[in-house]
Design a binder for this molecule. Structure first.
Ligand code: SAH
Length: 433
């Protein structure tokens, strides 16, 4: 993120309006403001959401004289690639983006057999200050617009459609709000983005609501609001501890909305939507991985419409914490399984490019300061945003029973890195969806 001084000197600006910020009526109204017939908005939508292009040269159904003007007014280029890193034989790709005002954010594209998950950022930085998360260390730069969120997915979809990833042309099947930021702290724009992602083409990208996962630290009022939206998205709750004493430390917002209240609201969400809630739990050696905590977690979740997604901690730079040992992890899983609580272990995709859960931290432009990435190729060049971390953690939804990919940088992997991966776990059930 931006250096604190820089942020103070230059307050973040809001990005320009973009078609993807608007619903269908809003788009037609915007076309009318430009002196155009409403169907021009539909044509532009088809280009952006259907053909995945914002290049006026591709828009041959628009009068040549108007293309630049219309695209410039309704499809401004919001994000520029600052850097791109790949691992897992090209199947995982992290992108560091620069927004128009210079804010940095990251997204991670993960291709698995049978599905492709895009992990997106909802904010540049994050204000939740979880001490084990790289993004949380730098604070919040600003919330992203709906169109800036959608643009991350469109970019991934375009890369896949063009066959840029190994495995041939493909489509994004899942989106997880597990990159930088707290999605429910940017509620309105995140919901607008979810609608754009899930509305049918050409109004939106046509993804299934069930394949979208919104992950939260547990902002209770916003969770309630989400339950009332009438969306079938998967809710993920970052619990990380079953007891308030420890969760107050790991997820500071717990002091405001403690464990019991967060879980009660999660069950309200499950009841309202019929969707199984994903409980995220980053296993940190000697901190939250004791057998008694597994028992306590099992007690809280037994019989609920929930499953646990264990994330081997991706240590962040300078952190004193490490991932749990395999033995502690197995014991934790066994104790949950004993209570019939479904549990998976997320794989650690992307960790060597600082793209795994909790490793996204984009550094500010000029600064080079950031919590440097420890591992991976992500270190910056002098000029670039080198240090940063942008991301949050990605998580992916369903991985089914895929064993954790030990080779990809497992737990303990690089610090500021990559995208999280999901893992199918021992007791394997997919994680979200
Ligand atoms: N703010 C949202 C979205 C962030 S995302 C939330 O907290 O849910 C992704 C998940 O990765 C969260 O569960 C987060 O707690 C977890 N995470 C953060 N840092 C991590 C780290 N260093 N190692 C493993 N998981 C981490």
């Amino acid at each position: 993120m931006t250096a604190p001084g820089a942020a103070a000197a230059r307050p973040p600006r809001q990005p320009p309006r973009h078609l993807a910020d608007l619903d269908a009526d809003g788009r037609r109204a915007a076309a009318a403001e430009l002196g155009e017939r409403p169907f021009r908005a539909d044509q532009l939508s088809r280009h952006y959401f259907g053909r995945l292009t914002d290049d006026p040269a591709d828009m041959t159904d628009l009068p040549a004289a108007d293309r630049d003007r219309l695209a410039g007014a309704l499809l401004p280029r919001l994000l520029t690639t600052e850097r791109e890193l790949s691992c897992d034989q090209g199947m995982t790709r992290k992108t560091l983006w620069r927004a128009i005002d210079g804010a940095y954010l990251e997204s991670v594209l993960m291709r698995y057999p049978g599905r492709v998950t895009m992990c997106v950022s909802s904010q540049a930085g994050c204000g939740m200050a979880c001490p084990f998360c790289a993004t949380g260390q730098a604070g919040l730069t600003r919330s992203l617009s709906a169109a800036e969120i959608v643009a991350q997915v469109v970019a991934g979809a375009r890369a896949l459609a063009r066959g840029e990833l190994p495995g041939g042309p493909g489509r994004v099947s899942n989106v997880v709000f597990m990159g930088m930021g707290e999605p429910l702290a940017n509620y309105r724009r995140v919901i607008a983005a979810v609608r754009r992602l899930t509305d049918p083409v050409p109004r939106g990208l046509g993804l299934s609501q069930r394949s979208v996962t919104v992950s939260t630290v547990g902002l209770v009022p916003a969770m309630r609001r989400l339950a009332a939206e009438g969306l079938s998205v998967t809710l993920a709750v970052s619990l990380h501890a079953p007891d308030d004493e420890l969760r107050d430390e790991l997820v500071p917002v717990n002091r405001r909305w403690p464990v019991a209240e967060v879980l009660a609201t999660a069950w309200e969400y499950a009841a309202a939507t019929g969707r199984r809630v994903s409980v995220e739990y980053a296993l940190i050696a000697g901190v939250n991985d004791q057998p008694w905590r597994a028992d306590e977690l099992g007690r809280l979740l037994a019989g609920r419409l929930a499953h646990v997604n264990l994330i081997p901690l991706n240590p962040t730079p300078g952190s004193r914490w490490t991932a749990s040992t395999p033995a502690a992890t197995s014991e934790f899983v066994a104790r949950l399984a004993a209570r019939q609580v479904p549990v998976t272990i997320r794989d650690t995709r992307g960790s060597e490019i600082d793209g795994a859960c909790g490793q996204l931290a984009a550094a500010g432009p000029a600064a080079g300061q950031a919590p440097g990435p420890a591992g991976g190729t992500a270190t910056g060049t002098a000029a670039g945003p080198a240090t940063g971390s942008v991301i949050g953690h990605v998580r992916d939804g369903q991985s089914g029973a895929v064993p954790s990919r030990a080779g990809t940088g497992g737990p303990g992997g690089g610090l500021a890195a990559g995208a999280p991966a999901l893992a199918g776990g021992p007791a394997g059930r997919p994680d979200h969806g």
